[in-house]
Design a protein around this ligand. Structure first.
Ligand SMILES: CC(C)(COP(=O)(O)OP(=O)(O)OC[C@H]1O[C@@H](n2cnc3c(N)ncnc32)[C@H](O)[C@@H]1OP(=O)(O)O)[C@@H](O)C(=O)NCCC(=O)NCCS
Length: 210
């Protein structure tokens, strides 16, 4: 599958050397699409939970967007969500837990990155029946310099094509309910909300078949 190039930007397969750059993008887009730097006391916490395991455990479906200032975004996904969650638990989070302190489950005591640290120690791993027709899932985050030029669409289509070519019948994703821009973007790509009481409150799950 050819990787798109246009103007100063180019989508390419990610590799492990991209780790610091993708962690940076994750932090700078981590507050419902806005910069989360001021909120987090650990600049790596978001990356540890939301992007590192994708790059390391599912490199086939990990892509970065190179721009004039280096990595300007990423599109990453997994083929089989329950299989990925099992590997994430065994091969990623279990070792992180040995060095990242558990802030406990009492939200009223959390400060800074405690909410992510708590997720690292108590991940939700949601995959209810309502998502079984959409076993893949993915993430996309671009810095402001890469947005609004069609790259989100090109990048996400590339990911969907790669997942479909590998045999996936459909995918889901989670989006912050206040991230209206991303919700509009996913709707344009054919995603629709999934309503299920078994899905975590506080985030919106959207899905589409291939
Ligand atoms: C969401 C995001 C990936 C979209 O990527 P993008 O490159 O800006 O989007 P594109 O330029 O490819 O736009 C694709 C389509 O979505 C539409 N779209 C994009 N932003 C939109 C907005 N704010 N309102 C309505 N439609 C929007 C575009 O109009 C376009 O539609 P068209 O094909 O009919 O012209 C990007 O803005 C981003 O990374 N945002 C910050 C991080 C984030 O929120 N990630 C999602 C977390 S779940």
């Amino acid at each position: 599958m050819p990787l798109p190039t246009e103007g100063e930007f180019r989508l390419r397969q990610a590799d492990l050397a991209d780790m610091p750059a993708v962690y940076r993008v994750c932090l700078r887009t981590g507050d419902a699409g806005k910069d989360a730097t001021a909120r987090e006391d650990d600049p790596d916490a978001l990356g540890h939970m939301f992007i590192g395991p994708y790059l390391v455990l599912e490199p086939r479906f990990a892509f970065v967007l190179d721009g004039p200032n280096g990595v300007a975004g990423y599109v990453m996904g997994v083929l089989d969500t329950p299989d990925f969650y099992a590997r994430m638990e065994r091969d990623w989070l279990s070792s992180l837990r040995r060095r990242i302190p558990d802030p406990g489950a009492d939200e009223s005591r959390w400060t800074g990155s405690d909410w992510v640290r708590s997720r690292i120690h108590r991940p939700a791993y949601p995959f209810p029946q309502a998502l079984h027709a959409f076993p893949s899932h993915g993430h996309i985050d671009f810095l402001a310099e890469a947005r609004g030029q069609g790259w989100g669409k090109r990048g996400f289509r590339h990911l969907m094509d790669a997942l479909a070519a590998a045999g996936s019948p459909g995918m889901h994703l989670d989006v912050h309910p206040e991230n209206a821009r991303a919700i509009a973007f996913y709707e344009k790509l054919g995603f629709a909300p999934v309503i299920s009481e078994e899905l975590p409150a506080g985030s919106l799950t959207m899905a589409r078949r291939f």
